[in-house]
Design a protein around this ligand. Structure first.
Ligand code: ASP
Ligand code: MG
Length: 409
């Protein structure tokens, strides 16, 4: 059994969907195909949910989502009225009238999954048309999570039990990434960009031989090719190195993807749907590899410095207090540093969260911050990297034997 994952860009229009069908039909093994919402549909659904939640007009957004899929459906010459994807739009509309507004996050999870559900339904309609044999599977019936909405955690035992029922399937399974449900059947989501993780959950529970994530890049590169024209593909990466790279922000795979694969020694291939014959990058149990310098740049960061108002030291209990707020607000710290009188950290810039953080701490602390800074990480850095950076105005720096990180203007 193999698992293939196709993200939003690989199903963004009719040509892309035809390409996916070609890739899927060229494999001779049982296959589980995990698919994301088409193009930028999840963003549109987030807008729809926001408008609905705040009692604003949302018809136009819903129409936009419908039209986007309608155009693809028409280009694939599907008969809309008999299509499953179209029925899903109707269920979305019904849901908007039925669910209650008690909680933003819980209601988010009843609406946003429609991106993946409509997407896979449209693929199902198309695969039926071209007689590509498959079984349509609702991931919400198989991926069981807790009810921490929008960031739900997998209940492995329950999920494994459910997915066991799919194991001896000779067909192609077609299912959704990103979504699951609680044991009560309430829908949940695994966090934005979570479809890679879903694919890894299916691979783990199906005891797959390999997971392939199909991307618009030829594999994992050591730098962003838009910023560095000499970026090169890394052909083989160990699980550990891949986790480190994902942790530091290499956006090719979702950070949670590796662990379920590693525990069963399932290899992960990052391949290009543009050039399916290229080998891409293979991630697995490969000790002792040498790596080129890897450059990871995260823009739009905020550097915050929190100091006591009375000139007292910033000690453990202050840090506990600060971290409690960070946890409550769901703010992820990228890098941090402590000195006698202040605690400094770099976070992803989200103005509403930053404001809430300041409000919760300003009675006790003086808070200064710098918005719009960049976080640059180099794994396996060279002396020349250090020399080059010495010319720049660096706001914060951290270095160990393998990794150097800078916050810069
Ligand atoms: N559709 C979801 C998102 O855009 C999940 C994913 O694409 O991985 O965040
Ligand atoms: Mg996506």
């Amino acid at each position: 059994m193999q698992v293939y994952k196709f993200g939003g860009a690989s199903v963004k229009d009719a040509a892309a969907i035809k390409n996916v069908a070609q890739i899927v039909s060229s494999i001779q093994e049982p296959l589980c195909v995990v698919v994301s919402a088409m193009g930028k549909t999840t963003n549109a659904l987030e807008k729809l949910h926001f408008q609905w939640f705040h009692g604003q007009a949302f018809e136009e957004t819903l129409q936009f989502i419908t039209d986007f899929h309608q155009a693809i459906s028409a280009a694939l010459e599907l008969e809309t009225n008999t299509c499953l994807w179209h029925q899903q739009i109707e269920s979305l509309r019904r849901k908007l009238g039925n669910i209650d507004k008690d909680s933003f996050d819980a209601s988010y999870d009843q609406i946003i999954p429609f991106g993946e559900i409509i997407s896979t339904s449209l693929l199902h309609d198309y695969w039926n048309k071209i007689a590509l044999n498959h079984q349509f599977v609702m991931a919400t019936d198989f991926v069981i999570t807790d009810n921490l909405h929008r960031e739900s955690r997998v209940q492995w035992e329950a999920t494994q039990k459910k997915i066991n029922g799919l194991k001896n399937n000779a067909d192609i399974l077609l299912t959704q990434g990103f979504i699951g449900s609680t044991t009560n059947g309430e829908w949940t989501t695994l966090g934005r960009e979570g479809s890679d993780y879903s694919a890894s959950i299916f691979a783990h529970c199906l005891d797959a031989n390999q997971l392939t994530i199909w991307k618009d890049v030829p594999g994992m590169l050591n730098a962003d090719p838009k910023k560095q024209s000499d970026a090169q593909i890394i052909e083989k990466i160990s699980y550990q190195e891949a986790i480190e790279l994902a942790y530091y922000g290499a956006s090719v795979i979702h950070p949670k993807t590796i662990q379920p694969l590693e525990s069963k020694n399932i290899e992960l291939r990052i391949a290009s749907f543009v050039n399916p014959n290229l080998l891409g990058t293979l991630i697995g149990n490969f000790p002792g590899l040498q790596y080129p310098s890897c450059y990871i740049e995260k823009e739009n960061q905020t550097l915050i410095s929190i100091s006591t108002k009375d000139f007292s030291f910033v000690v453990e209990d202050n840090i506990v207090e600060i971290f409690n707020q960070l946890h409550l607000l769901g703010i992820k710290v990228q890098m941090m540093e402590n000195s006698a009188l202040s605690f400094t950290m770099c976070i992803q810039c989200e103005p509403h969260k930053l404001n809430a953080l300041i409000t919760s701490l300003e009675h006790k602390y003086t808070i200064r911050y710098n918005e719009g800074v960049k976080l640059l990480t180099i794994r396996h850095y060279q002396i020349s990297d250090l020399l080059r950076m010495a010319q720049q105005s660096v706001l914060m720096e951290q270095k160990n034997r393998t990794t150097v990180r800078w916050v810069i203007q």
